[in-house]
Design a protein around this ligand. Structure first.
Ligand code: AR6
Length: 182
């Protein structure tokens, strides 16, 4: 299954590179400095150009579980929402709440900026080592809960961008579980 719908908002899965997404905003899995890094963060900074780093320097970093907005500069996306996922430390350090907060705060920021189409990467599941199945349950569950609690949302389409087949597979399962739980 590659599509779910809640009220007026469609949730989609897509395999590929988030920097190429033609959406109003893409979410970056950043670190607290907001000054770039590897993984999807590095790819976004390369694609957006040096103006993005200059804009990030003005933000004074970002706490884990929070989110901040910049323009997208050379990206197709008008905006980048930078959020900082937790580093996996075994699961007993508040990781689940912090990861859920990344999705929640990103969605709030999107709505506050009248963003209609948004793409998320699988936050924390690369360099930060969060187990993919647990992270995916949190990602889909938090987005679903947000949409249930915000019937007036501006968001029309939310895409989970999966970089590889293993991630696609786990998100497909989470979509199916979410549909069954309806
Ligand atoms: N498009 C979509 N997904 C991607 C892309 C891309 N271009 N590149 C990687 N991914 P990661 P984290 C996937 O490591 O775990 C950085 O150094 C990747 O396969 O990018 O939150 C930051 O500065 C994985 O599924 O982010 C932080 O220091 C997912 O994106 C740290 O890494 C997240 O992997 C954050 O680590």
């Amino acid at each position: 299954m590659e599509k779910l719908q809640f009220n007026q908002t469609i949730l989609r899965l897509r395999k590929g590179d988030i920097t190429r997404c033609e959406v109003d905003a893409i979410v970056n899995a950043a670190n607290e400095s907001l000054l770039g890094g590897g993984g999807v963060d590095g790819a976004i900074h390369r694609a957006a150009g040096p103006e993005l780093l200059a804009a990030c320097r003005l933000l004074n970093g970002c706490r884990t579980g929070e989110a901040k907005l910049t323009p997208g500069f050379r990206l197709k996306a008008a905006y980048v929402i930078h959020t900082v996922g937790p580093v996996w430390m075994g699961g007993t350090h508040g990781e689940a709440d912090l990861l859920s907060s990344c999705y929640q705060k990103s969605l709030e920021l999107a709505d506050a900026n009248r963003i209609r189409t948004l793409a998320f990467p699988a936050i924390s599941t690369g360099i930060y080592g969060y187990p993919l199945d647990q992270a995916t349950t949190i990602a889909v569950g938090t987005v679903r809960k947000y949409l249930e609690n915000h019937p007036q949302t501006i968001l029309k389409e939310i895409t989970f961008v999966c970089f590889d087949d293993a991630t696609v597979h786990v998100y497909e399962q989470a979509f199916e579980e979410s549909e069954r739980g309806n």
